[in-house]
Ligand binder design. Structure first.
Ligand code: NAD
Ligand code: DAU
Length: 338
């Protein structure tokens, strides 16, 4: 099988490529990535020389380049996105529409017009498209979309393009909607890597709105196994929720305390911050019965996954110190030191 992975130099895409190359050594993978601030070839240093792996720098909005590069592939898996909620609010919202909506549309157009028909297109979407969900409810795949942020609205727009391509052009598409991932190689703008690396640098951690919010944290390898299953067994035109169903549910404050404890600090390192994320969703939770029926199960318990993750950031300063001294510094100052 030859897979065209977009956004493979980011957090989840790079973990997915590593996962697939290990599990299916004869598969060929083209990693097509624009290398925005979030794309980092260091994430895949260890497999860069594998003859079944090829990197192409390109934008998913560039129709001609996409068309040229999908000529002989079987499947497209679209991870490419602008992915950070805070950046979609106070930084560069237009880029989200461009990549997450227009870029997704461009990939579908190129697939539709390809001489060799492709077997599958998997859109890597998010539980955020359902919006805030009050306990004890869980979002189902058939629920209406109620995105809260410019990021999640742009992801919802991408999903609608995908489903329209199924209905109108009969393209063989599927969508996954996963909850919050964590693990190695996550860009340090997101909660867990930001807080852990700040603490390792003896910096405070900016905890929003009291830290009462709930996310359903899933270790990134479990997301990869879900995509693998959907790739091989998912039904065309279907949407699959993916999530850990953390029980009990976990608040941001609990995660913060865990990071503080593991980094040998105390709670004076918490910097309470209010109103920096307007429209802040309180809780996400998805019903995962459908993908479980297909044969998927999360394997990594949160306690184990978070310890593994924090240890990874402790052991891999080479990876994040480089990032934090570059583009990130400007972003951080604008976001947190206004
Ligand atoms: P990320 O920000 O770490 O990586 C995004 C990657 O896409 C980067 O390598 C970037 O260079 C690339 N990219 C951006 N714009 C591009 C363009 N126009 N053309 C080509 N490449 C482009 O994101 P992530 O956290 O790895 O998320 C990957 C996907 O999974 C996204 O679609 C996101 O919406 C979705 N998702 C993320 C999470 C999460 O918790 N991180 C959860 C559910 C779904
Ligand atoms: O639910 C899936 C989504 O999870 C993905 O679609 C997104 O791409 C991904 O970024 C993530 O979105 P969140 O907004 O949930 O993740 P983030 O790590 O930015 O924030 C998690 C929670 O932590 C949220 O309630 C806001 C809070 N937070 C975040 C940051 C960056 C803080 O309290 N302080 C911070 O500095």
């Amino acid at each position: 099988m030859k897979i065209f992975v977009t956004g493979g130099a980011g957090f989840i895409g790079s973990n997915f490529i590593r996962y697939m190359m290990k599990k299916y050594p004869d598969y060929k993978i083209v990693n097509y990535d624009k290398l925005t601030y979030a794309g980092n070839l260091d994430n895949l240093k260890d497999i860069a020389d594998n003859p079944n792996y090829k990197f192409v720098q390109g934008d998913i909005c560039d129709y001609d380049k996409v068309a040229e590069n999908i000529k002989d592939v079987d499947t497209i898996i679209n991870f490419a996105a602008d992915s950070h909620v805070d950046r979609s609010i106070g930084h560069n919202p237009g880029d989200f529409i461009q990549t997450d909506v227009y870029g997704t549309f461009t990939l579908l157009e190129a697939m539709k017009n390809s001489k060799k028909p492709l077997e599958r297109f998997i859109q890597i979407s998010t539980d955020e498209v359902y919006g805030d969900i009050e306990a004890p409810n869980f979002s189902k795949e058939i629920d209406p979309l109620k995105p809260s942020s410019p990021y999640s609205a742009s992801k919802a727009g991408g999903d609608l393009q995908v489903m329209a391509a199924y209905r109108t052009f009969d393209l063989p598409v599927l969508i996954t909607r996963c909850t919050n991932n964590y693990g190695p190689y996550q860009y340090p703008e997101k909660l867990i890597p930001l807080f852990v690396t700040n603490l390792l640098e003896d910096e405070k951690v900016p905890l929003y709105d009291g830290g009462t919010q709930i996310r359903d944290w899933l270790y990134v390898d479990d997301h990869c196994s879900a995509i693998d299953l959907v790739l091989h067994k998912g039904a065309l035109g279907e949407i699959y929720n993916v999530g850990a169903n953390n029980d009990p549910e976990i608040t941001n404050l609990e995660i913060t305390k865990k990071a503080i404890e593991m980094c040998g600090k105390d709670e004076s390192y918490i910097e309470p911050v209010e109103g920096i994320r307007p429209g802040h969703d309180q809780r996400y939770a998805v019903d995962v019965a459908k993908i479980k029926k297909l044969g998927w199960q999360a394997e990594v318990e949160f306690d184990e996954g978070i310890e593994r993750t924090i240890k990874w950031y402790q052991d891999n300063k080479w990876w994040w110190e480089k990032i934090k001294s570059g583009e990130f510094k400007k972003y951080y100052d604008k976001q947190y030191k206004k």
